[in-house]
Design a protein around this ligand. Structure first.
Ligand code: C5P
Length: 217
């Protein structure tokens, strides 16, 4: 990327997993490490942009830029909405929990019967919600598919009003959660497809920044 090409641009990034409380000590979560989001923040900083990251409880956070730590999807949405209007570029790299316990217990749930039911309700889709409010922002999302990869990714591009979607191929060894490498394909809303080789998440982040530099109006 060309140095300082994005000076003055503000980038909002969601990253990491979300934790959804079952009771005060237990939660539903996932294995997202925050590596991809952190690499993206660094790559945009290197291009001169200012970054604000809203992250769930991840293992990796950027050393620089604004960092807002949250737990749940609802908290992540509320923070993203607060910072949305000042953003030029928004990257949705968080692995948001699709569901949350409907009524988290206020006291630790005691061990009792052989089975325990926890009712789950759908979480808000942060990317889709902000997609509805989009004015001049450039939105980038991710898709991780196991089948019909291209069709599903392109459907998400439309449905969530992304400008660009980054498809992660799980079929490839070395790609995905808690790995240092990713094999990705870009689909944009001008019908362009860009296929990339397996590379480090740092290099994937650089490819994303390069795309933004070339395509941001
Ligand atoms: O629908 P799916 O979870 O596959 O979509 C993935 C994309 O949507 C990612 O960019 C992810 O960060 C975003 N997303 C979101 N809020 C959700 C679910 C997904 O922002 N509740």
């Amino acid at each position: 990327e060309s140095f300082e090409a994005l000076r003055g641009k503000r980038v909002l990034i969601t990253s990491g997993p979300t934790f959804e409380a079952i009771d005060p000590v237990r939660f539903i979560g996932n294995h997202s490490s925050g590596k991809m989001g952190t690499a993206i923040a660094k790559a945009f900083q290197n291009a001169g942009a200012e970054t604000t990251m809203i992250s769930g409880p991840a293992d990796y956070f950027p050393d620089h830029g604004n960092l807002i730590k949250v737990q749940s999807a609802n908290e992540m949405l509320a923070e993203a909405e607060k910072h949305y209007s000042e953003a030029d570029i928004v990257i949705f790299s968080a692995a948001v929990s699709d569901y949350r316990p409907e009524n988290p217990a206020t006291e630790k749930i005691k061990k009792k019967d052989d089975t325990l039911q926890v009712n789950l309700v759908k979480n808000p889709d942060i990317a889709a919600e902000l997609g509805k409010k989009k004015k001049n922002q450039f939105h980038i999302g991710f898709a991780l598919e196991t089948n019909n990869e291209e069709v599903n990714a392109k459907e998400k591009l439309k449905k969530k009003n992304f400008d660009l979607i980054v498809l992660n191929s799980l079929n490839d060894n070395g790609a995905g959660f808690q790995r240092d490498t990713n094999k990705v394909t870009f689909f944009d809303n001008n019908n362009n497809t860009y296929k990339f080789e397996l590379k480090s998440k740092t290099d994937v982040a650089t490819d994303i920044v390069d795309y933004v530099i070339k395509n941001l109006k």
